[in-house]
Write a protein that binds this ligand. Structure first.
Ligand code: ADP
Ligand code: ZN
Ligand code: ZN
Length: 737
């Protein structure tokens, strides 16, 4: 007797366990079926049936094969996830210390994860089922319509469903189909001819843009950092590169930050190219996402425009990856599978041997460092494209202002002058709500969240106190709960209060607030665009939603209300982030022919980093931060990982991390000495949603040693019983401290 089930499938399941599961392959009669890796299967798991993905096939299992269960059914004829992508997922899961099965399943659209079939994205056509048509014609001789349909198919061979149903009723088509005279077939939509790729007439490139294009070759892997100031025409460079890819009939993947994927962005690509384009982002329904994903996977979509998770989309004819605003922190997933889509993109480009462009006006220190070490090549665009001029910066010293003043006198007069010149103003404040604190004037009581170590933000429009960490909401008290005084004051300012203050100062000017609260309304950003585009004087006030990616031509004054939060934060990346944000906001002004002005309000007008940024620009600023990081041996001059634990009882979290540190010491004592492994410390926000959060920081020179240690620790931590209410995570290349 031949031994059946001689092959074992290693299946990845969406489970928080760091291993693959071995299953026997099913049989069909005498034969063992042999699905390929990348195919979905249904398998028994405990008492349930679950969907998984075959990651590898093996001759035999390390486990006792008689005890292995058998795959229940195979869901796909062909791999959903190609080999190259499976290898990328393996690399990512191992690098970020996440269970591979979970990573692989999460990389797929929701509906596929739940077992839905891959949708048919090709066009449906009708054709005759037989070549011997005469007997058929005689059976339908009493129905002129049916006869006409068959005759049409006889001469045209195949007619698309859409065309056919214009001429014939559904019931006629259905009857012929049921009788077996005609049948369906699916054909690829005709590929766009290369001379029909462009819609628009293109601009004449300036010298710098031309030089950049001459330098980038599409032949093989290389990582380019396109460092170009805001408005220097980076997007134009992307479009030209994409044009080259399209001419070869290949596909491009473009990633943009979460809030950068606006209808305007999509429109710009649509306007230029007449090729199929799909976008992939969190605002889509499951069905829309599945269709877009499938279209990319089948090679139909020539341009795939997506946010972070689009990095795991199968793209068979991938020829170029572009990451816009590469420094943006939304590329790093902050929970669950904590990957960096930018860094995985670089690895994907390497695996698939295609070039990758990281674009930014304010590159991350990591990427600049990679240019210095020669891993990436830097390309520069130093001038604004077209006629736009670069902006003038000025600091506004808040120390001389009235206490609690939100907008300084000098700022108000600059806004007034701008409006009188019939120009537009942008006011930036990265804090939504009315006031970040509600306090008692008599006894100093402050409204705090009952579940977090944080203050409640007062939102006047909802008349609610809201915790921005856990979203707990409550009505503002009418009197102080401590001393019963009625003198409760909203302290400090968020966007809502700034809007009100501006409205008071400029009652005749339209004030448009853009933040997460106002933009909930559908089509909100489009209406903002329309209003601003009219060119009438107005004031835009908002959070980072305003700072990124939007192109408002008429703004000539940008105001940053509070530069100090970044300067005072204990996070070692805060100053870098502040510099990036200020530069981005500044870049919103003066995009047209008039010179823009940027005002920065601060209590620390002599802060060295701030002054360096103002006087010498972002590159010099970044250079000095890099020197500082090198001296302090901080990333990118070391590899950083965080081990976090949280629990309802603070000592549980702390002790757990202490034990893990002890374990780490045992496991790799020689290399442990070369690492910095801190004792567990409370996180910056120690209590969130009633959980106490602790963190140990590991800094290592040697990436491999660190990886090795982390995988061993993950294995150890996994042994900890789940029911104790303790949660832990490993965050490799953590951005959030
Ligand atoms: P970035 O992506 O660097 O912010 P964009 O590509 O959006 O810059 O370009 C900014 C503006 O300049 C856009 O309106 C764009 O159409 C225009 N532009 C880009 N390149 C040129 C050029 N070579 N000549 C004229 N205008 C240009
Ligand atoms: Zn009080
Ligand atoms: Zn809270």
């Amino acid at each position: 007797m031949p031994i059946k089930h001689s092959l074992i499938a290693q299946v990845g399941l969406a489970q928080p366990i760091r291993k693959l599961f071995d299953y026997k392959l099913p049989t069909c009669g005498e034969d063992t079926l042999s699905p390929k890796p990348g195919v979905r299967v249904e398998v028994p798991f405990g008492r349930r049936k679950v969907i998984g993905l075959i990651i590898r096939l093996r001759k035999k299992s390390d486990l006792n094969e008689t005890k292995l269960k058998t795959i229940i059914s195979i869901l796909d004829n062909r791999p959903l996830i190609p080999c190259t992508l499976l290898r990328l997922l393996e690399w990512s899961a191992s690098y970020y210390q996440h269970p591979l099965g979970d990573a692989a399943m999460r990389g797929m659209p929701n509906l596929l994860r739940k077992g839905s079939p891959l949708p048919e994205t090709r066009k449906k056509y009708w054709q005759l089922s037989t070549t011997n048509i005469d007997p058929v014609l005689s059976t339908v001789k009493n129905s002129p319509k049916q006869k006409a349909l068959l005759t049409l198919l006889m001469s045209l061979k195949a007619v698309s469903d859409k065309e056919l149903s214009k001429e014939f009723s559904r019931s006629i088509i259905k009857r012929l189909h049921n009788n077996g005279y005609i049948s369906q077939t699916f054909l690829d939509s005709p590929k766009t001819e290369t001379n029909k790729i462009l819609n628009d007439k293109t601009l004449t490139l300036n010298t710098e843009q031309q030089q950049v294009l001459n330098q980038v070759s599409l032949k093989k892997y290389h990582c380019w950092l396109l460092n170009g100031i805001t408005g220097s025409g980076k997007t134009e460079v992307y479009l030209r590169l994409i044009e080259r890819v399209l001419a070869k009939g290949q596909q491009t993947l473009i990633l943009v930050p979460e809030i950068g994927l606006t209808p305007q962005t999509v429109r710009r690509f649509h306007q230029r190219f007449s090729v199929p384009l799909v976008s992939l982002h969190s605002g889509m329904t499951d069905r829309q996402r599945l269709l877009a994903w499938t279209s990319a996977k089948n090679g139909d979509a020539s341009i795939i425009l997506g946010t972070r998770s689009a990095i795991f989309t199968p793209i068979p004819r991938l020829a170029l990856i572009i990451i816009d605003e590469e420094q943006d922190s939304s590329y790093k997933q902050q929970d669950g599978f904590r990957y960096s889509a930018r860094d995985i993109a670089v690895m994907r480009a390497k695996h698939e041997n295609v070039p990758i462009i990281l674009g930014s006006a304010t590159p991350s220190l990591e990427s600049l460092h990679n240019c210095h070490t020669g891993r990436y090549t830097q390309l520069h665009l130093t001038k604004r494209a077209g006629h736009a001029k670069t902006e003038r910066w000025k600091l506004i010293d808040m120390r001389n202002q009235a206490i609690n003043s939100v907008i300084a006198q000098d700022t108000l007069s600059a806004i007034k002058q701008t409006l009188t010149r019939k120009e537009q103003v942008l006011v930036f404040l990265n804090r939504r709500g009315f006031a970040p604190a509600l306090l008692c004037h008599c006894c100093g009581w402050v409204a705090e969240c009952k579940s977090c170590d944080s203050r409640m933000t007062f939102h006047r429009s909802y008349n609610k106190l809201i915790c921005h960490h856990c979203d707990f909401r409550s009505l503002p008290p009418s009197e102080c709960p401590r001393c019963k005084s009625m003198k409760l004051i909203a302290h400090g300012a968020g966007t809502e209060r700034s809007e009100l203050l501006l409205q008071k100062a400029f009652p005749k000017t339209p004030i448009i607030r853009v933040d997460r609260d106002t933009s909930r309304k559908r089509d909100f950003m489009n209406s903002v665009y329309r209003d601003v585009k009219t060119g009438h004087p107005c004031i835009l006030v908002g959070t980072q939603m305003l700072a990124k990616g939007h192109h408002f031509g008429g703004i000539t004054l940008a105001v940053i209300l509070d530069a100090d939060t970044g300067l005072l934060s204990p996070d070692f990346r805060a100053v870098e982030k502040m510099g990036q944000l200020l530069t981005q906001v500044a870049g919103r002004s003066g995009r047209s022919e008039k010179t823009g002005e940027v005002l920065i309000q601060t209590y620390q007008p002599s802060h060295p980093s701030l002054n360096l940024l103002l006087n010498s620009g972002y590159s010099t600023f970044a250079q000095s931060l890099l020197i500082h990081r090198a001296q302090q041996k901080l990333p990118p001059y070391c590899h950083l990982a965080l081990v976090r634990a949280e629990s309802f009882h603070a000592p549980d979290a702390e002790n757990f991390l202490k034990n893990i540190k002890r374990k780490a010491q045992e496991l790799c004592s020689p290399s442990f000495k070369k690492m910095i492994y801190t004792n567990p410390m409370p996180a910056l926000l120690e209590r969130k949603s009633n959980r106490y959060r602790y963190v140990s920081r590991i800094e290592a020179d040697d990436r491999h040693e660190l990886q090795k240690l982390l995988s061993q620790l993950a294995f150890e931590m996994e042994k900890h019983p789940k029911r104790s209410g303790l949660r832990w995570t490993i965050d490799v290349d953590a951005l959030d401290l």
